[in-house]
Design a protein around this ligand. Structure first.
Ligand code: CAA
Length: 260
């Protein structure tokens, strides 16, 4: 599928999706959000894919937020629809059956920070800048930032970022647990690919079930969540990858997983 604002490249079971509106620092307008929806729906359906990397075009930005020019004159109903569209994108990414790695290569502000938060793992270039600056614009985050940020870094830390609109650098983001790792900008995509390839070599079904267990279990009471985990554990025993993984260990050879 051809997109106006996204570049999509696939190789070795890894898709790299690049938000490509560099003249607006990759800001998310309605068209880009709809393209992300279509793109990720396609990635979900592609059984040859194991892992997705999400990044931004250019040297300067991952995504500098929702598109302010496009939002300025919205009425309340249109603003709600816009927020719900953005949330649908974040939900699709968060619940994609394949891991999504954000390679944050510059500004990740507002909707851009929310996009990174919807990903499973965040790697940052040391030029990355994070923030939820919506209060500077007289609004609040609309793509899930008030919910995912405190779930990731804790209520108090999230509230400080949300209330002040302050931008933080990659080192501070690492300290807060907002990103997994910081690397030199020139090494960012390479590091994301190495990590993606490592995950792509595992049993795809068990990786997907890990993701589902973490995502859904964390919202449950602990006993129910552990029962949920046991059911997912049991489900693995219906797969060829479980037979292969355990068989290979006992035969002292590397496992060759098929994702079945
Ligand atoms: N929406 C629309 N256009 C944007 C944009 C955004 N979020 N961010 C940057 N741009 C545009 C600028 O308007 C500018 O366009 P022109 O060249 O046509 O003037 C171009 O990108 C380059 O930006 P700057 O000249 O501002 O670049 P800079 O290096 O001086 O500053 C920046 C970079 C600090 C990221 C600054 O652009 C900025 O503060 N951007 C806005 C960040 C922001 O507030 N994001 C939150 C949006 S609200 C939101 O996302 C709500 C939600 O949750 C749904």
């Amino acid at each position: 599928m051809k997109f106006n604002n996204l570049l999509v490249e696939k190789s070795d079971g890894i898709a790299t999706v690049t938000v490509n509106r560099p003249k607006a620092l990759n800001a998310l307008n309605e068209e880009t959000l709809k393209e992300l929806l279509a793109c990720f729906a396609g990635l979900e359906a592609d059984v040859s894919l194991r892992v997705v990397i999400l990044t931004g075009a250019g040297e300067k930005a991952f995504v500098a937020g929702a598109d302010i020019a496009a939002m300025k004159d919205l009425d309340a109903v249109a603003a709600r629809d816009f927020a719900l569209l953005g949330q649908k994108v974040m939900h699709l990414i968060e619940h994609l059956s394949k891991p999504v790695i954000a390679a944050v290569n510059g500004f990740a502000l507002g909707g851009g920070c929310e996009l990174a938060l919807a990903c499973d793992i965040r790697l940052a270039g040391n030029n990355a800048r994070f923030g939820q600056p919506e209060v500077n614009l007289g609004v609040i985050p609309g793509f899930g930032g008030t919910q995912r940020l405190p779930r990731l870094i804790g209520k108090g830390r999230a509230k400080e970022l949300l209330f002040t609109g302050d931008m933080i650098d990659a080192g501070e983001a690492l300290r807060l647990g907002l990103v997994n790792r910081v690397v030199p900008p020139g090494e960012l995509l390479g590091a994301a690919r190495v990590l993606a390839a490592k995950i792509a070599g595992k049993g795809a079904y068990s990786v997907a079930l890990c993701k589902e267990a973490v995502n859904n279990g964390l919202e449950m009471e602990i006993d129910k969540a552990c029962r949920f985990e046991a059911d997912h554990f049991a489900l693995c025993f219906a797969t060829a990858d479980q037979k292969e993984g355990m068989g290979a260990f006992l035969e002292k050879r590397p496992a060759v997983f098929t994702g079945r």
